[in-house]
Design a protein around this ligand. Sequence first.
Ligand code: NAD
Length: 428
Amino acid sequence: MPAKNDLQPLHEASVFGEGIAYFNEAAAKLDLDANMRRVLTHPSRQVIVSLPFQRDNGDFEVYTGYRVQYSTARGPAKGGVRYHPGVTLDEVTALAFWMTWKCAVVDLPFGGAKGGVTCDPTKLSIGEVERLTRRYAAEIIEIIGPDKDVPAPDVNTNSQTMGWIMDTVSMHLRNHTPGVVTGKPLCIGGSRGRVEATGRGVMITIEAALEKMGRTIKGSTIAIQGFGNVGSISAKLLHEQGAKVIAISDQFTGIHNKDGIDIPAAIEFVSNKKNKKRSLEGFTGGTPIGSNEVLELACDILVPAALENQITEENAKRIKAHLIAEGANGPTTAGANAMLAQGGVTIIPDILANAGGVTVSYFEWAQNRAGYYWREREVNERLRDVLRENFDEVWNTAASHKTTLRTAAYMVAIRRVAEAYEARGFYA
Ligand code: NAD
């Protein structure tokens, strides 16, 4: 039998391989057994499906879809579905891997999964997207379900997409099955508070970190990259708590105002029906700056809430914030992460900072199973409890092992998943 911790990173030179690097660092600190490492660094199941669907002009096209269930040790697999031209099996596997740790770090009774279809939905009509979605749902119907694997929205999919999947599965099974997906419209079993949940989680984890540092949100200066769901809701809630949001940005422009931006006005500006791109371009509540300049401004807290790989070894040295809360998935490269940690910057890692969304997805799934729906106040209170309790666990782990919050978050998550495998025993 190989000695403990003798395994090298698997799948190098891939997105999944990058993820494995963080895993290995935490696994080494946990002194995780080599057999357990081997199991935890392989996805349970990877499904590839061909999706023929009819274009509006009568032609047929065949796209490729994926569903990867990384782990089901702690419960049904859980994770979004992404529609994007760049979707590959490697990317979907990496995202399913991250979902496993995200669900575990906030102690949800779920494993991790992700799905995707390689397509450019901006080039499809709404009818074509619906036909493609229904065909995808039908092709993966045997492996999804409330007790098996529960999809949710991700990049370029939304509550409407989830409505179509729920309907397709319910029609095939001749059975009302709302718990097969989360992120549904409220009228068919969605949860109150789901739309705001990720931004609310960002705010709650920032508040928890500041408390540990003897600071408060009130009076802190904040810069936010990305002004979509996560960025704008984080901005709104932090502004409501008395923070001064001095910069916001989207893919088209940035806005800077050292006296604090009027966030409700900015949200109204991007939500105006005439603003088709939902862009901050033309917003007069500050000085226009470059999209990426927000990352480097003088401020207390930085919230990257746009895309992956935004904080790199190139710009990390110019970052002035002392606290970074990763609203986006994977916004910091591994090299930048090391530089920032060395410079004393505290990073609340993505798997913890943006776990509010999947936590309220769990609440949605629980409400669907009970057939009883909670008020928004209850959803928000329970979300706060879950995030605060698990934030403390991660914070204390970081302190006792003298490591970063990122490594500590992976340690907490890996320990929980490994415990579940041990309790079940290996069916080998
Ligand atoms: P979204 O599409 O609603 O918003 C994305 C925003 O980023 C837009 O304002 C867009 O203009 C902006 N953007 C894109 N490129 C940019 C650039 N180069 N510079 C500055 N801004 C840029 O997406 P979202 O749902 O807010 O997701 C944002 C991130 O958060 C993603 O990484 C996503 O995976 C992650 N996330 C989202 C949720 C959720 O519940 N929505 C949950 C967990 C993680």
